[in-house]
Ligand binder design. Sequence first.
Ligand code: GDP
Ligand code: MG
Length: 300
Amino acid sequence: MGEEKGPGFKSGFVSLIGRPNAGKSTLLNRLLGEKIAIISPRPQTTRNRILGIKNLPAGQVIFLDTPGVHHSRTRLNKSMVRTALATLDEVDLVCFLIEADRPENDENDLILKNLKRAGKPVVLAINKIDLVPRAELLPVIGRYSQLFPFREIIPISALSGDGVEILAEEILRMLPEGPPLFPEDMVTDQTERFLVSEFIREKILHRTREEIPYAAAVVIEEFKEKEEKNLVVIRATILVERDSQKGILIGEKGRTLKEIGRLAREEIESLLGTKVFLELWVKVEKNWRDDPRALRRLGY
Ligand code: GDP
Ligand code: MG
């Protein structure tokens, strides 16, 4: 920012939209070459909107990772879908992610309907091409090009990185000319505090089963840097909805919680570049997912 850019420099906002599990968070991390979004084999794990900034010599692309669009029931889920669809009105370009191995479904129909309403230029990224033979891609491209006037259709694998650079270049090409909108050393607008809570939540998703992942929220109670010791002290509370969930999360002799803490700490240390002391507590807060006050406090 501030610094003059040559003519032809481009910048703009791009929304990554797709059904839960389409690979939006994986793609965002891959595009940025850095981990800022949590990834999970379970659907509906990205709860907030996450902004990722890709700085290129010829421009700056600001990506919005959104919660997956799906048919929702709880108040939390409804607010997630609203967040995803609302970003359509704020961006210069939409990148719609579908999966090569399951291209057609109700959620994608719902997204297409909203894309038509929003009237923004859209790039279709067909993700997970590592899962299907090449020959299966052509008919998918054929059918989708009948459904919407996509500016480009690009097959990718967010997991292997195949096609991702091409996608980034095409996206940049379609953005309007303009100066950088964020400082060029910035990768995300999320605070370290938020990223830390997300990393803890990701480890909960990986280490527990059934209803626990959806019932858990992480609140950072304390985040203190001890500069003289090159140490950060973090205390966090994990909220769950029932006593039984608390028991499962803590595990036999505290093993599960300890393992979650160890995995999260290692990742937080590499994010912050310091030693980390991480303390986790588990607290039952009945039905926080349907309590508007609790949701506001948690930032959903
Ligand atoms: P999101 O819900 O759209 O953010 O999806 P995630 O990025 O969390 O990914 C959901 C799951 O799909 C994870 O298990 C990813 O590892 C997996 N995944 C994402 N991209 C690819 C891909 O290109 N190929 C394969 N095989 N799996 C992928
Ligand atoms: Mg996600």
